[in-house]
Ligand binder design. Structure first.
Ligand code: ADP
Length: 276
């Protein structure tokens, strides 16, 4: 028996199997990367016309309008706001998957940022007959360094969900300073609570997975693709926190996280105020 030939055939077969395996993983990786790149480019491109639509609509809202025109402009504002949120989530999702995500570091007034988050969602809460409250006692005029846009995006996602998945009652955002704060840093707790439909225990495990939507009374009627919580979780983690949820079916939910921010110095505080 020619053992050398058997060895040669065996090694050649092993090499072939390894090559096929390597080729397959490479193809899968290249395809996934192409998909993520496409998503990143598309969502980035979509933002420019959406900015123009939102900006021009805001100008239109300032001009004299009759009640019908006013209601059209408000509908346009709500739809373009939703579209913008979707595009922002998609863009960030693609960037996080691509490892090309970078947080911005800018100084801003926390109370002002919270106020604009509230004003973005007030109309939606009003339309659904839900009381939206934002409480941030003791944080007036605190200026911090962080990514205002992405912090706002997380809060908008959470509050937007709370409004969507609540039939009646209230939604509240409570922001408090934690005792772990130091001379140069401030640890802030954010908590979004609703009195809505709640989430079953069994659905909590996969709630933060991408494209995950819970089958319930609201899932057919409410807009959404199941990316909001997945991207919010990643964004909170990138900012150094952990997004948690506690919920009772039929009673409501609470989403919460803590983040430590550097305090901006006085010079930056005045800049932050001017910038707004
Ligand atoms: P969607 O675009 O579907 O809202 P999300 O990722 O934001 O996607 O949320 C995933 C799912 O988690 C939702 O489809 C919904 O079923 C559930 N969910 C999220 N927030 C709440 C909430 N506050 N109350 C009840 N269910 C919620």
């Amino acid at each position: 028996v020619d053992y050398t030939l058997i060895w040669k055939v065996l090694i050649a077969t092993l090499l072939l199997v390894a090559l096929i395996f390597y080729w397959n993983t490479m193809v899968v990786k290249i395809r996934a990367k192409a998909k993520d790149d496409f998503l990143a480019v598309m969502s980035h491109e979509l933002r420019t016309p959406m900015n123009a639509i939102s900006g021009l609509n805001a100008l239109l809202k300032l001009s004299p309008l009759d009640p019908t025109q006013k209601s059209y402009v408000e509908k346009l504002e709500a739809s373009s706001g939703y579209m913008m949120q979707l595009i922002n989530n998609l863009l960030d999702f693609a960037k996080v998957k691509n490892d090309s995500f970078e947080l911005e570091q800018q100084s801003f007034r926390l109370d002002i940022a919270l106020h604009s988050v509230k004003s973005i969602l007030m109309q939606k809460a009003d339309d659904r007959g839900i009381a939206l409250t934002v409480m941030s006692e003791g944080l007036e005029s605190i200026a911090i360094i962080g990514d205002r846009g992405h912090l706002s995006q997380v809060l908008i996602n959470l509050i937007n969900n709370a409004i969507k998945y609540t039939e009646e009652g209230e939604v509240s955002l409570v922001v408090t300073q934690l005792p772990e704060s130091t001379e140069n840093t401030v640890r802030i707790a954010f908590s979004v609570t609703d009195t809505g439909i709640g989430i079953a225990e069994a659905d909590l495990k996969s709630l933060f997975d991408p494209y995950q939507r819970v089958i319930n009374s609201a899932s057919n009627t409410s807009e959404g693709v199941g990316l909001g919580l997945a991207i919010s979780k990643s964004l909170v983690e990138l900012m150094g926190g952990q997004l948690h949820v506690e919920s009772r079916l039929g009673q409501g939910s609470r989403f919460y996280f803590d983040i430590t921010f550097e305090l901006a110095d006085d010079h930056m505080v005045s800049q932050a105020i001017i910038a707004d």
